[in-house]
Design a protein around this ligand. Structure first.
Ligand SMILES: NC(=O)c1ccc[n+]([C@@H]2O[C@H](COP(=O)([O-])OP(=O)(O)OC[C@H]3O[C@@H](n4cnc5c(N)ncnc54)[C@H](OP(=O)(O)O)[C@@H]3O)[C@@H](O)[C@H]2O)c1
Length: 252
């Protein structure tokens, strides 16, 4: 199985490093010659296609990671064939727009995040196809969805990934302002968020029960949580998710 990548920019750079770390052989991956393609081929030993048409001819699965506004035009007119899979990471670009431009290839939508580089991307995928599974497993955990509407809703999590990092930064800055060593403050806050995610992701107990077990009546967690709720943070968070979803649907 050969993977091609059209759009070797910021996201694809992280995905490519994750694929290598996850055991995909550099010789089984072919890059388009634009963007970081030549540099990454030289540095890691990936193949470098002469142009996008040669890449499509040589590959079974093609990851598309160009800017959303360019997506349909970039794939149009390339020599797609029956049995190929076009795996698009382009946010907000509907399957029908790409399918029309890349027939007869099958279009699959994915939304990896830059933690792909660490093998830690929870990657949503619709529709799941066996050809893409090994790549998504190499960069993290595939999360198959049942419809394109669900995929659009779940894409909001790609923005949440950034917001969580802003929260980590706020906590780190607060720790430094209150006397912590900067490196220790950063590690502590980042790893506390990782720990929170792992407990909620890896335990079966209801989410409310896990949280309630931390909120000793009259204790520090409960006191702070009440303050956060009184300040309207949960509503602001849900509002930000609504805003992103409207944007993804082209309504904002
Ligand atoms: N950034 C993220 O964390 C992230 C996460 C999930 C999904 N995405 C999605 O991934 C896509 C790319 O985002 P990005 O942040 O990686 O953007 P980016 O850094 O701008 O990368 C886009 C790349 O596409 C290349 N390109 C443009 N036209 C091309 C063509 N005709 N043939 C071959 N390559 C072409 C550009 O090369 P030139 O420099 O030569 O123009 C550039 O290297 C977007 O659709 C975005 O929605 C991004």
């Amino acid at each position: 199985m050969k993977l091609g990548v059209i759009g070797v920019g910021h996201l694809a750079g992280a995905v490519l490093k994750g694929l290598l770390n996850g055991g995909v052989a550099a010789g089984d991956v072919c890059l388009s010659p634009r963007g970081r393609g030549p540099e990454m081929a030289e540095r890691f030993g990936f193949g470098l296609a002469e142009d996008n048409a040669a890449l499509v001819e040589a590959c079974d699965v093609v990851l598309l990671a160009v800017r959303p506004g360019d997506a349909a035009e970039v794939v149009r007119g390339l020599p797609w064939r029956e049995g190929q899979v076009l795996m698009s990471a382009c946010a907000g670009v509907r399957i029908e727009r790409l399918a029309e431009a890349s027939a007869p290839a099958e279009v699959v939508r994915v939304m990896p995040i830059t933690a792909s580089e660490l093998g830690a991307s929870p990657t949503i995928v619709y529709p799941m196809r066996p050809e893409v599974a090994p790549y998504l497993e190499a960069i993290g955990t595939p999360i198959p969805l049942e419809s394109e509407e669900q995929f659009e809703t779940a894409t909001v999590s790609a923005a949440v990934y950034g917001w969580a990092q802003a929260m980590i930064r706020t906590g780190t800055e607060w720790g430094i302002a209150n006397g912590l060593d900067p490196a220790a403050a950063r590690q502590l806050m980042a790893r506390t968020f990782v720990a929170s995610g792992r407990i909620q992701g890896e335990q079966d107990a209801p989410m409310d029960d896990i949280l309630a077990s931390l909120c000793t009546p009259g204790g520090i967690t409960e006191a702070g949580l009440r303050h956060i709720e009184a300040e309207g943070v949960p509503e602001a968070w849900a509002g930000a998710c609504d805003l992103v979803l409207r944007k993804l649907r082209g309504q904002a």
